[in-house]
Structures are given as C-alpha cells and as structure tokens.
Design a protein. Sequence first.
Length: 523
Amino acid sequence: MRQIDTIEATPTKRLFYSIIADYDLNRSICELIDNALDIWVRGRKARPINIELVLDLRQQTIRIIDNAGGLEREKMTIIVGPGQTDIDPNEELIGFFGVGSKRAVVALSQDIKIITRHNSEHTYMVSIDERWLQIDSWELPLYEVDDIQEGSTIIELHRLREELTEELISNLRAHLSATYAFFLVYPDVRIILNGEAITPIFYNDWSYPPDFEPRRLYGEIPTDEGIPVRIEVLAGLSSESSPTGGDYGFYFYCNDRLIARGLRSYEVGFTKGKIGSPHPKLALLKVIISLKGAAKHMPWNSSKSGVYYNHPIFLKIRDFIVNIGTQYASLERRWVGEWPEKIFSYPTGTIIEEHVTDFTEATTSYLPSLPKTRLRYIDKIKQQNKKIGEEKPWTVGLYEGMIAVDLIFKQKLQSKNRICLVVLDSILEISMKEYLINDSGASYNTKSWSTICNSRTLIQNELKKYKRISKSIWRKIDYYYKLRCKLIHEIANVEISDEDVMNYKTVVEYMLNKLFKLQFKEK
C-alpha cells in the first residue's frame, strides 16, 4: 500500500442545510435552551437562571435572552463550527453533540445575531446570514459591541424560515412545559415565553388498584468506564383513559430532559407476543424511564427528539422495560370493561419502591402476579356444567342453547329479542321432554308419548307429576309461551323488549337447575 495523494475533507456550508431538515420550531428553541441550562449546570447552579423567549407575531422575529453565564471570547468558534463543543462527554449535560445550536438558529432564521458577555468581560457579537452561508470561507467577523448584562447571551432571529402563528406558540409552550419539567421545579430556574412563565407538566396521573399500584424501580447500569448510569423506571396504569391523546406508552428522560413521550413502537414492545399493537385497550399503560449519567451514555438521537435504539445503554435495559410494560398491559386488558371499578376508583395511594440489582436481566419478579383471567360466559357455563354433561349427555344441548342465547342477545340485530325468545322457549320445552324421558323414571309407549308431545299443556301437566314448580313460575312460562306462539303462528308484530328476554332467561335457567341441577350463576 502506498499513498498517492490527499483529498480535501473540509465540510461545505451545505452541511448546514442538510442537518436542519428535521428541525422545527420546538426542537430548535429547545436546543438553545439546552445550551443555557448546560452552562448553568456546569456553574454548579450557583445562581438563578432566567431564559426569556420573545416570539413577535407582528414583526415575525424571535429573541432569546438568558443569564446563564455567557460565552468566553476564545470559545466563540463553538457558535459556528459544526461538531465543536467545549462539553466533556463524561459530564451530566444535555448539549452533547456540538451541532444543536448551529443548526437550530439556521433552521429558524436567515438573519442571525448572537451577542454574549461572559461574566464581566467585554461583549461580543457574531452575525450569520444567507450571504455568509453561500460563500466557501468559514471565517466569521467577530464584533465588540456595547455591553449587555453580565453573564448573559442574546440571540436575535429575523427573516424567519417559518411564519409564526398563535398555534405554533401555544404548541411551543406545552412542549417546553413537558420537556423541562424537572428543571422547572427548581425555584432558581425560570423559562418565560412572551411574558408568561412556563409551568412544568408531569405525566404522573396514576391509579392505585390494590396490589397493582405503580412501581418505582431504581438502580444502576454498569458501563465499560466503571462509572454507572443511574436509572429509575416508574410504571403503572393511568387514572384516566386517553387513547387518542397520545399520552400512553413509554417516556424517556435523559439527565432530566424529556427526550420522547408516548412511544408505542416495536422497539419498546408494542408488538404481538409482548405488549401488543397500539390499541385503546392499552390506553392506561405508562412506563417512565429516567436516566442520569455521562452525556455520551444517554440513548438520545442527535436532535434529542427520540431514542437511539441501537445505543448500548438502551439495549441493556430493553428487555427489562418491555417485560415491565407487558405485565401492566396484560393487567389492563384483563380488566377491560371494568376499568371504572377496578382501576379508576383508586385515584390515591402509594407508589411501591424497589431497588433493582440488575436491569440487564429480563424479569417481572418486581411486580405482583397477575389476577386470574376472567372466564368468558361460554367457558364459565361449560366449566360449571361439565360434570353433569358427562353424566347426562342430553343436558349438553340445553346449556349450550343458553350460551347461544347469550351470544345472540349481544349482537346488533334488529330482531335479536324475537330470536332469543323463540330459542329460550324451545330450550324449555325440550328440557321438559328430556326430563320426562330420561330423569322422571316414567315409561312411555310410542302412542302415549306421541300424544303428550303434541300438546304443550300435556307436557307441562305431565311434568307437574314429578316436579313441584311454583304457580308464579308457571304463569311466567305460560305468558312467554303465548308470546312465542303469536310470533310463530299469528305472524303478529309483537314487540319483545330486552327486559322480556332477560326475565324469560331467568325462568329458563331456574327450570334447568330444577330439572337437572345445571348452573348459570356468576362466579
């Protein structure tokens, strides 16, 4: 191998345009706020920090002012040079990649002024516009200007690339409230948008069903350098369902900054065999992952707007968090239809805390066992009457007929009540015949049996010889039998209500229990 030449690898200004493609107002503003917060954190949070945002709808300009500390003259190249940063990747900061503020300001504006004063030093300004982006040179004039407040930075953006609207500003306010919630709880941190302070938004609207309260699982994730990443996983069920609001799923915070909310992707378990596909039945699931450690160990993408799923730290915890999410998803699915009484009726309680020794182990041992799945009506009736069906096979068709009535009654059919009434009466008549033939102990010849079978009255009179049934039950049976006859023989437009079906169903269940001890009770 021999070297024959060198090639020019200096980036062109077109780099700016390629790296701003996925930036919107929210992400761009957050990049600038990140820088200010990092300066404040590196200064050991020694003094209060104010970050003021002024988005002028009339002038279509943006002004960002912070008193985080300002930038030293010798570090002014950081403002322009892609990838240049003075942040140590081992620090617990959030402005890690060295491209955020550059592409943020260019993404927002065609005319940019950045004015900064480090502590009590002189005040300096750089200006970036479209003309500078069009030339090859990376040299940028540095100006000394009139002093601004000590330790402050002002960013002025004109000729915006996107028109400001009331809706955009409202969305930005909500975005900032969620993204910086953990910073905003500090009394020394204030973010102000158009004169109004941003207040924090947390996603901690939990329900506390007994034995299935939210769990806070905390511990450490080892790294090759020996300095672990601290982790906290808070999982549980929400206090209300919001299937269209995007609030259920997985949340990721890195060094106190919200990176992603309401994730419902394959990578966090939303797939068959795990949590399942996104569905309103999963609308209560919430898993909040908070990671703290060296910036290089945070599993964020370069715009801090999502999780980098191939990051070593995410891969180490993936199975653990997916299993925790799967456990709570299974719980809420088992209680579908009963959420108000099983979940929402427990709005207060205590979050259970557990120290986890190994987050790389896929386990649900830190959660209670799931409640038994509630049997469907069809399975419940079969289970209750299985033994009788084996001893008296002529009863199987009877209790299966009742299952069929239940299924028909639940359908959205215009004539479902008429069908149910006819089926119920048929089950009753067949049950009386089965009892007389198989359980009464009586013996019938062909002629006598044929005579009885041709008359409902004779069937009932014959049954009365062997079973004592109250007069009130017989009156109900006669009433519904006459309704059935009108439907079949008179072709009458008889209205059958839901109440009629349920009342007759209760009568038939009583008779089946009386004749064969079949069970139809809720357990």
